[in-house]
Design a protein around this ligand. Structure first.
Ligand SMILES: Nc1nc2c(c(=O)[nH]1)N[C@H]1C(S)=C(S)[C@@H](COP(=O)(O)OP(=O)(O)OC[C@H]3O[C@@H](n4cnc5c(N)ncnc54)[C@H](O)[C@@H]3O)O[C@H]1N2
Ligand code: MOO
Length: 402
């Protein structure tokens, strides 16, 4: 076992990239597809609207019949019927004819315009028109909204309500999506309790379990929170074994460093193999990457901001790749709000808040939950750099919106 023998981040990422998750795809009903990641490009099978459609209540006409109409030269057309939404028009317009038509109804043959009823005078079975209509007036042409064959959603795109609405509009009922990667999450520590129980002296509420499970869910995976392992081998071993049974990936937070009660690495080693214990980054030095029964097992630091930073650096790319999303986390450029200092020889990831293109460093430390709650992402300060100046351009790796 490589016990706290630090490797460069690049080596850790190589190991992460060597994991394959044999996930595949599945078909789900559109009504259950929200939040899922699409596994293939989807094109529109039909035109929308599927027919030339009235956009107003009024009279469908042949525009050419009205070209000469004016206040001085009103034109009369004979009303030969009515067409309502949902009906298929049986008649076709002949010269000098019109039909009453409702909004959303299909235009009859030969009609190319609809004049709203407010603009005509109805007298018996005739209408009187005082100004000309032009072809297309009051009409939404077949296919102008969505044309048949148009790309609607791309492989790797996450389905939000706009995408599901678009698919519903063209009648797509089943969608092929990536199977959700299942990620078992375990918190560790005698001091950790779940919301709902009262805090006793020395105890704190769980942060990482909730944060990691819901980050996985937000990403399009399935976070399975297995609970809190106590600081004893059996408790941790039991939960890790359960994680390997029920999930594709196991993520444990806390107990990653080399302290007396930090058991994670030695329990992973007992059940499988520790591939990395220690990465040359701050926060995240005590991070563990292991493998049990061919499944990736991560041991992340207990400090909440360290935990989430390292989740973003190591686990998110693996999940994105499994979901056909190229495995890249999102980055944006910004200018640094004020000068910051780092320690030479330490590769640091510092949380920042984005305020209109300006990155404001958050200096509360990785033990504070609000360091990542307030942060939009983090910036990297290489080993060779001792300070970054105010106004310097920095690249921010985003914590969300993956
Ligand atoms: N002697 C040294 N001590 C520590 C060092 C060091 O280099 N030498 N590094 C510090 C750093 S940096 C980190 S990060 C932590 C990592 O330690 P562990 O991964 O073993 O984490 P724990 O000791 O279990 O917990 C650390 C801290 O985080 C709190 N925690 C843990 N889990 C949760 C959770 N699910 N929700 C909320 N808070 C959690 C825990 O109570 C501790 O306060 O080690 C430092 N020590
Ligand atoms: O390694 Mo700790 O993860 O520096 O915050």
């Amino acid at each position: 076992m490589a016990f706290l023998k630090v490797v460069p981040l690049e080596r850790a990422l190589e190991i992460v990239n060597s994991f394959t998750l044999p996930l595949g795809t599945e078909e789900v009903k559109l009504s259950e597809a929200l939040g899922r990641i699409v596994a293939e490009d989807i094109y529109s099978p039909i035109d929308i609207p599927p027919f030339d459609r009235a956009t107003v209540d009024g009279y469908a006409v042949r525009a050419e019949d009205t070209f000469m109409a004016s206040e001085a030269n009103p034109i009369k057309l004979k009303v030969v019927g009515e067409i309502h939404a949902g009906e298929e028009p049986k008649l076709e317009l002949k010269k000098g004819e019109t039909v009453y038509i409702s909004t959303g109804a299909m235009l009859p043959k030969n009609a190319d315009a609809v004049i709203q009823f407010e603009d005509v005078e109805r007298v018996g079975d005739e209408i009187i028109i005082y100004k000309p209509a032009y072809p297309g007036l009051g009409v939404m042409k077949k296919g102008v909204d969505i044309s048949k064959g148009r790309l609607l959603v791309r492989k790797g795109e996450r389905l939000g309500f706009k995408q599901t609405a678009l698919l519903s509009a063209v009648g797509v009922e089943r969608v092929r999506v990536f199977r959700k990667p299942k990620v078992a999450i375990i918190s560790t520590g005698n001091e950790i309790v779940l919301p709902g129980s009262e805090l006793k002296p020395g105890q704190i509420y769980d942060i990482n379990g909730r944060a990691l499970s819901d980050a996985v869910n937000e990403l399009g995976g399935e976070g399975i929170f297995l609970g809190i392992a106590r600081d004893d081998r059996e408790s941790l071993k039991e939960l890790i074994e359960e994680g390997v049974r029920v999930a594709d990936i196991v993520v444990i937070s806390g107990g990653a460093s080399g302290g007396m009660r930090d058991l994670t690495a030695s329990v992973i080693e007992e059940l499988g193999e520790v591939k990395v214990h220690g990465i040359a980054i701050q926060p995240g030095k005590p991070t563990i990457i292991g493998e049990i029964n061919g499944k990736p097992v991560f041991g992340l630091p207990g400090y909440p901001t360290s935990c989430l930073t390292n989740f973003t650096l190591l686990v998110v790319p693996l999940l994105l790749r499994a979901l056909g999303r190229e495995g890249k986390v999102r980055k944006v450029k910004a200018r640094l709000k004020h000068k910051i200092f780092s320690v030479k020889g330490r590769r640091q990831f510092l949380p920042v808040k984005l305020e209109g293109g300006v990155a404001v460093p958050i200096l509360k430390g990785s033990g504070a939950v609000t360091s990542f709650i307030d942060a939009d992402g983090f910036i990297e300060i290489p080993e060779t750099v001792e300070s970054v100046d105010e106004g310097e351009e920095v690249e921010v790796t985003l914590f969300e919106g993956w």
